[in-house]
Ligand binder design. Structure first.
Ligand SMILES: [Fe+2]
Ligand SMILES: [Fe+2]
Length: 293
């Protein structure tokens, strides 16, 4: 399946780009080793990136009391991890912006940001140290769908119509239709964009969490968050099969690494989503509007 995925990605000459500087900044913010001055200098070496950070920090989402005009102040105002989120998500959304899709792209982003938000909550419950990283990896987990949807548009559209008619999961239908899936395609894209290994692992294994090697716990978190969000988002792009072995495996991994978690914790998370999902929905719409403005 990986060979098929590599071939499909290799055949596209005008792949959307995420600049190398973006992934260098992400790695530096991930490692928490950089000083604000050092990170600000790196951001400033790409004027487009620096301008984007300034524009985002002054957007209605954050409403600083006075306009922020320096990258270093933006870093201090938002915190390193929020800047990392903003940078990656804005480049990420832009990479496929205006690329026609056979599915509702707003529903896609709402699903992605919802998985990010639920992953963050689950990560905090599991005692995972970088819950913002959970948010970020949740947001980018399905990027391979954007590739397949755009570059294999007719086949993907027919595949989605088939799912609407006879059911089944998108992941399985992709394997049948393309000999690969959005997980392998997403991995090829993430590698092409030089994403850090843990990000690649989660994109690649969110439907096969037992195969994760770099960060099995975070992969399991995203797998479970994905399942919870699919149950809430009723669109084609988020169709899933019944709760099965994959989520069971993810739950076992989560339990091994966070034994304090119980099934009733997950039940209460899901129950809180029943009332809180509207809030997540509003939050993600807000983020989406700010990103593409
Ligand atoms: Fe997926
Ligand atoms: Fe998903």
């Amino acid at each position: 399946m990986m060979i098929k995925a590599r071939r499909l990605v290799r055949d596209i000459s005008e792949l959307p780009l995420i600049p190398t500087i973006v992934t260098r900044v992400i790695s530096m913010l991930d490692s928490q080793e950089g000083e604000p001055d050092e990170i600000a200098d790196l951001l400033l070496s790409d004027p487009v990136l620096a301008a984007r950070v300034i524009r985002l920090v002054n957007s209605p989402l954050y409403r600083p009391s006075s306009e922020i005009t320096s990258v270093k102040r933006a870093l201090l105002f938002l915190g390193f991890r929020s800047v990392r989120d903003l940078i990656l998500t804005s480049y990420f959304i832009n990479a496929f912006r205006e690329k026609e899709q056979p599915f509702d792209t707003k529903a896609f982003w709402i699903h992605s940001f919802s998985v990010g938000a639920v992953s963050r909550r689950l990560a905090a419950m599991a005692g995972y140290l970088d819950s913002e990283k959970a948010y970020l990896t949740g947001i980018i987990h399905d990027i391979g769908k954007m590739f397949l949807g755009h570059y294999q548009q007719q086949e993907y559209s027919a595949m989605l119509a088939g799912i609407s008619e006879s059911g089944g999961s998108t992941y399985q239908a992709e394997q049948k239709c393309f000999g690969t899936s959005h997980s392998e395609i997403g991995l090829c894209l993430a590698q092409r964009w030089n994403f850090p290994p843990a990000y690649c692992d989660i994109i690649s294994h969110h439907h096969t969490p037992s195969s994760a090697t770099e960060d099995p716990l975070l992969t399991a978190i995203v797998t479970l968050a994905d399942h919870v969000c699919m149950a809430h988002n009723g669109s084609n792009i988020a169709r899933t099969g019944p709760l099965g072995q994959t989520e069971e495996t993810a739950w076992q991994i989560l339990r091994q690494q966070a034994p304090m978690l119980t099934v009733s914790d997950i039940d209460s998370l899901i129950a809180s989503l029943n009332t809180g999902f509207g809030e997540i929905d509003r939050e993600v719409r807000n983020i989406f509007m700010t990103m593409v403005a």
